[in-house]
Write a protein that binds this ligand. Sequence first.
Ligand SMILES: [Zn+2]
Ligand SMILES: [Zn+2]
Length: 347
Amino acid sequence: MYEYSGNVHIHSDYSDGSGSVDDIASYAREAGLDFIVLNDHFSLYQNDEGYINGVLVLQGMEVNDTANHYLAMDIEKTIDKNVEYPQRVIDDVNAQNGIGIIAHPFEKGSPLFHNRRTYPWKDWSVQGFQGIEIWNFLSQWRDGVSGIIKGIYLMINPHSAFIQGPYREALKVLDRYQQEGCRIILAGGSDAHNALLRIGPLKFRISPYDLCFKCINMHILTEERFSGIYLEDREKFYNAMRKGKCWVAYDFFKNSRGFSFVIRSRTEEWGMGESIPLQNSLQAEVRTPYKARVVLMKNGRCWEKSQGQKHVFERIREGVYRVEVFHAQGLRYRPWIFSNSIWVTKN
Ligand SMILES: [Zn+2]
Ligand SMILES: [Zn+2]
């Protein structure tokens, strides 16, 4: 398998972001990313896809306005909004064989930004979507701005907003759908806008591209190496996303490149996004590129913990398994890597 890292959920000056696609690709290259997916509001700009400044640049869109934001990728036509019936948006993306991700479903808001306005997902009766964004840079940073002093502090030290990790409510919903057998994926993104905020003579950047691209990223595993040919690599990227061969990580302090999570029998091995028929002697193995605390989650609950770089778990039974990883920083542990799941099923 080949690993690539990148950022999904980015806004350019085609909608309410401040940078051109070319600028954004430059920032992504500087951050060491292999791919980016832009999701501008309301429209699709597929002519701006390709390898730009050495980065695979793909175009999706973000559908809906006041609530039920949905990231649509691998589509050819613009998707119409439908805030009232988001199932129709999901169905429209599926009609194009696209990939749809429920965006920032559980924002909390800030009193300093439009009086706590949020854009939550409101309808959990929906079916057929492909993923949930469990961690969103802009949402979580803004949620942390509970007042002016905290806002100034988070401008100087933005990373302190992310110590709480992905939204637990979003992970809970992900776990519920996955236990029901839905092969949805967990996704994370920056929602980078690089918006300029003026307070008197002071100027601040909200969700700046250069910072965002080093924080909440996605890593994918492909069966074939990227060739550098845009259309070929586009297919490899979307295949990996569809199959759930991915994880979300806060890469700023320690890059998660090299992470792995597999379950193996004596003769075979399965990775994230795959299903295994239940059998004797199954073993999970997690490798982390640095020493870390690993929590093996089974059906949404802590099943076993381990400390170090190589982590082996013996008691693998029927269930849905994923991994949460935390790295030490000073006296505390920071949320770091959140893997997609592996299913162990009875038939
Ligand atoms: Zn949104
Ligand atoms: Zn957005």
